[in-house]
Design a protein. Structure first.
Length: 294
């Protein structure tokens, strides 16, 4: 299905500082100047972190709107739909890293997903950095830029550690409820469930279908989801379907019927009822609202 917004890959970005197709870092104004298409609606195929030192505007991430002001940091997961509206004087830092950046350093990439702003149901994708941590955050970005200027055998390890410091400093500023802190059986089942939903939500809509994948009962799966992130299994599935529906509705040249078909709803009217029940908008009303605003 054709998309009217692009998907950016690290290798396709124009950047001052990069490591192959694994990692880039830039001052924000330089990044925006080199990649003007990133102001419009687009997806990333990589993790994207932006810290603002000055300026103002709006950042739209998966249809959630955030104010851009100094000392705010934004974290975006791969495949999120995103756009900016910023004033001319906006400045800060941007880092992008691939889903395999940590893995190729023998650091398990699942570590990144432990941070609340990177997991699928995180609600803290924007973090306000307190005065006591602003200098530390800025220093991390500057050290990454410095390290990129003269890449040595252990530079990538140093850069990875600085990225983790940035994430850890941001994490200190928030109280998160949806973070996988345990490595027990239930947390592993939840992680597997979310991974399977991500791949199969187009086809499978019922908790019992996913429970079969995981060799647990539907009641067990529901209990685990409620215990770990206070959402039922059904809510997790529905949230993912609704998110994808919104992403598709941004494609203004796609019909509602074709979107329903993509999401495996044979009857478009049922899809319309489903979408309205959980968003309070019909698909067409959501699309018009988005179009008028952006």
């Amino acid at each position: 299905m054709k998309e009217v917004y692009p998907t950016f890959k690290i290798g396709g970005l124009s950047t001052c500082n990069s490591i192959s197709e694994m990692f880039t870092v830039d001052k924000f104004s330089e990044f925006l100047k080199r990649n003007p298409g990133t102001e419009k609606v687009h997806r990333h195929s990589f993790y994207h972190v932006t810290y603002f030192e000055k300026g103002c505007g709006e950042n739209l991430i998966d249809f959630n709107s955030y104010d851009v002001i100094p000392n705010k940091i934004f974290f975006m997961r791969p495949d999120q739909v995103h756009s900016w509206r910023l004033d001319e004087n906006t400045e800060g830092y941007v880092i992008n890293f691939s889903t395999t950046f940590f893995d190729q350093l023998k650091i398990n990439s699942s570590l990144i997903d432990q941070f609340p702003f990177f997991n699928l149901f995180g609600s803290d994708q924007m973090v306000k950095i307190s005065a006591q941590n602003q200098k530390r955050i800025k220093l991390c970005f500057e050290e990454i830029i410095s390290e990129m200027a003269d890449i040595r055998p252990w530079s990538q390890v140093m850069i990875a550690s600085l990225v983790l410091q940035i994430c850890s400093l941001a994490c200190k500023e928030i109280t998160a409820e949806t973070v996988f802190t345990d490595t027990n059986y239930n947390s592993l089942i939840l992680k597997q469930f979310i991974e399977i939903v991500e791949v199969n939500f187009h086809q499978y809509k019922l908790p019992k279908e996913y429970a079969a994948f995981l060799n647990v009962t539907p009641n067990q799966l529901n209990f685990i989801c409620k215990q770990q992130i206070n959402l039922s299994a059904g809510e997790i599935i529905r949230k993912r379907i609704i998110l994808e529906a919104k992403r598709l509705l941004v494609n203004f040249d796609l019909s509602i019927a074709s979107i329903a078909e993509t999401l495996n709803y044979s009857d478009p009217s049922y899809f319309v009822k489903f979408f309205k029940k959980y968003t309070s908008f019909t698909p067409d009303a959501f699309r018009k609202q988005y179009y008028i605003k952006y």
